[in-house]
Design a protein around this ligand. Structure first.
Ligand code: CA
Length: 232
């Protein structure tokens, strides 16, 4: 998963980053609430991990600002020293999906992160075959069928299609798509993403009248919409 961590303690942030990276996640660290909010205006993540006490905005203020944009499609985990029941309740009622007190127990922390990812995605990252709208996806065999008919795609086109199909209804930023499909060190640009998206539109027959479409979101990225599957 692509995970944003909001944590002003650099040692703590570094420890979390290596723990999560070791479990196969791509981690982006923010040390100020405003910096994370600025990123969320143009970029998407699979999960947000928020500290409570920060020098500028509190984690709760960040959550209150970001929640309406995220529309419940990006899970939020609080990781904080505050362990009073009233704080846990405040965070959960304010829209957090889970709450862990510091220091986290490593295996429990990683399994909660995975559980949040499973709940948020249409298909968990480890599901090898799944359905999204008219598509049947077989990840291991790199095969995608539309209404029972296989659609030939290149490896990268297939990977982009799988990413969208796992995230039906969620806007994915170009940087998110680039990182998830091409990897962080790759020198492809967001233009590469646009090219692949337009080829996918043609290959998969994505258009408004087909009930499945890839909607561009100006200055941000794309969202796969499937008629009749409006998840909360
Ligand atoms: Ca802090």
């Amino acid at each position: 998963m692509r995970i944003a961590i909001l944590e002003d303690d650099l040692a703590q942030a570094g420890a979390l980053e290596s723990l999560l990276a070791g479990d196969g996640h791509q981690v982006h660290v923010f040390t100020r609430g405003r910096a994370l909010l600025a990123s969320l205006a143009v970029d998407s993540y699979d999960l947000l991990i928020l500290d409570w006490g920060l020098p500028d905005l509190s984690g709760m203020e960040v959550l209150a600002t970001a929640r309406p944009w995220l529309k419940g499609r990006t899970p939020v985990l609080f990781l904080t020293q505050r362990d009073a029941e009233a704080d846990v309740v405040l965070a959960l009622e304010g829209g957090a999906d889970d709450y862990i007190t510091k220091p986290p127990r490593e295996r429990e922390f990683l399994s909660r992160v995975r559980a949040l990812g499973r709940r948020a995605a249409v298909a968990p990252a480890d599901a090898q075959t799944f359905v999204a709208g008219p598509f049947l996806i077989d990840v291991a065999r790199q095969r995608i069928e539309r209404d029972g008919v296989p659609v030939p795609l290149t490896r990268r086109e297939f990977d982009v299609a799988v990413l969208f199909c796992r995230n039906v209804g969620k806007v994915l930023s170009r940087a998110h798509i680039l990182e998830a499909v091409w990897g962080r060190g790759d020198c492809s640009t967001t233009r590469t993403v646009d090219t692949h998206v337009s080829r996918l539109r043609a290959a998969l027959g994505l258009s408004a009248d087909s009930g499945v479409r890839l909607t561009p979101v100006y200055g941000y990225g794309y969202r796969l919409d499937v008629a009749g599957s409006d998840r909360p």
